[in-house]
Design a protein around this ligand. Structure first.
Ligand code: HEC
Ligand code: HEC
Length: 390
């Protein structure tokens, strides 16, 4: 989380000219954009980031589980949306205060459903070598494909001849460029009808949607985890990025979730609360894609704990959260209102994107990454574009 003193400190550092503006030059992001679509970076060839993070579904995968590059090998989780992913804070064991004033600690932030990637830079490296995803045999193969790519001339110009010859450095810049790409304004347009409402346009939401917002804040207390207040960014991200076991229906092998990272048995089956921005566009839902529709997710929150159970058993019943959900007592009409509200979280720039246009266009006025650099969780004056140690 960025605190004011930190912003001040880095602001001073920036004024002194110790920052690294070249990291945010258009060429870094444009190379990242090319890599994102490059299907030569998998084994067998044919799979790219975009194969599982589909721009027509807010960069999530409409398939329950994304197939890997290798036929018949696939993972166990649903590919999440990449909208606003560059704004997810890094994994940290953060302190917070309970209503009685006592201090408590919880894991927050991190990338992947279980937070196993500390930050975005770590996350973007993984799919290339994951046998269930792009399945490259190793860093050498990645560097050699990058040198043969159609965007090689531009890439070489950006990194310089020395880094171009060095596998480790070349790959480092490939990962950096993906991070810069994921920060592009169209990934963080904040142009949903809900944003317009937050910015003072009271007429833009219908009565039903406004009632849904009230339920989200009060009776259903969704906003306790899917924050409606701005925290690490200037507008709300609709998540605290905390971890919880919601009891999502099982399928296949048990998925330990956060436990795999912390080794704390209390964390078995806990997954990161995602942003609810563009949630209407990213079915199916939950870390394992086990719930097909948004209405069904709301019914799950509302009646999960009623008997007889309507959903199949979950992986780790012992850690399921029964305090905040499972028997909310909402009426059918309240569910409809909540659903109507969730649909106001869709970015209009995504809804407007013609299917044959690859990427959405950011609306006018969305600040550049350079302009907002102090807010990006990965920005520090030490994040030099040079390879570490050079
Ligand atoms: C085979 C499908 C597939 C491919 C290819 C793929 N991803 Fe993913 N991606 C996933 C899945 C599944 C997850 C969730 C991983 C988990 O929780 O274990 C994910 C998670 C992520 C996340 C974390 C989002 C969050 O909210 O925590 C980012 C960022 C990401 N991918 C970026 C990329 C990039 C960049 C590439 C290309 C280098 C890529 N992905 C290639 C399926 C894929
Ligand atoms: C105690 C914290 C908490 C509360 C309260 C909460 N959620 Fe969640 N929410 C989560 C977590 C954690 C996940 C991820 C669970 C998983 O993947 O297994 C999640 C997932 C979701 C998803 C699926 C997201 C996706 O991309 O798959 C939706 C939709 C959702 N929540 C909506 C709501 C609504 C609506 C409410 C109020 C009725 C609510 N949540 C209350 C923590 C919470």
């Amino acid at each position: 989380m960025i605190s004011l003193p930190k912003i001040f400190f880095y602001g001073v550092v920036a004024l002194l000219g110790l920052n690294a503006p070249s990291m945010a030059t258009p060429s870094a992001a444009s190379i990242g954009r090319a890599i994102f679509q490059d299907t030569n970076l998998s084994r067998p060839k044919g799979q790219a980031c975009i194969s599982c993070h589909d721009p027509n579904h807010a960069f999530a995968d409409p398939r329950q589980i994304s197939p890997g590059a290798t036929p018949n090998i696939k993972g166990t989780r649903n590919a999440p949306s990449l909208m606003y992913a560059a704004l997810i804070p890094p994994m940290a064991y953060d302190d917070f205060f309970l209503p009685d004033g006592s201090e408590a600690f919880a894991w927050e932030g991190g990338l992947s459903h279980d937070g196993r990637a500390q930050d975005l830079f770590q996350q973007v490296q993984e799919p290339f070598f994951n046998p269930k995803e792009m399945n490259l045999p190793g860093p050498k193969a990645l560097a050699s494909e990058l040198r043969k790519s159609t965007y090689a001339p531009e890439f070489r110009k950006w990194v310089g001849n020395k880094a171009w010859q060095d596998d480790e450095k070349l790959n480092y810049f490939a990962y950096r460029s993906l991070v810069e790409f994921l920060k592009e304004p169209f990934f963080r347009p904040f142009d949903s009808r809900f944003d317009a409402y937050q910015n003072g346009d009271e007429e833009i939401l219908t009565k039903t949607e406004k009632r849904g917002l009230e339920i989200f804040k009060t009776t259903a207390a969704c906003a306790d985890c899917h924050f409606l207040h701005a925290k690490s960014w200037t507008a709300p991200l609709l998540s605290d990025f905390g971890y919880d076991n919601l009891g999502a229906p099982s399928f296949g092998a048990k998925d330990p979730g956060l436990f795999a990272v912390t080794k704390d048995p209390e964390d078995l089956g806990k997954f990161k609360a995602p942003s609810l921005r563009n949630i209407e566009l990213t079915a199916p839902y939950m870390h394992n894609g086990s719930i097909p529709t948004l209405r069904e997710v709301l019914e799950f929150y509302n009646v999960r704990d009623l008997q007889p159970p309507r959903w199949p058993k979950t992986d780790y019943p012992e850690t399921v959260n029964h305090d905040d959900m499972g028997d909310l007592g909402l009426s059918e009409q309240e569910i409809d209102e909540l659903l109507a509200f969730l649909k106001t979280l869709s970015d209009r720039s995504l809804l407007k994107k013609p299917k044959d246009q690859l990427f959405p266009k950011a609306p006018a006025g969305v600040p550049s990454s350079l302009n907002r650099k102090l807010y990006f969780p990965d920005w520090t004056h030490r994040l030099h574009p040079a390879f570490p140690g050079d």
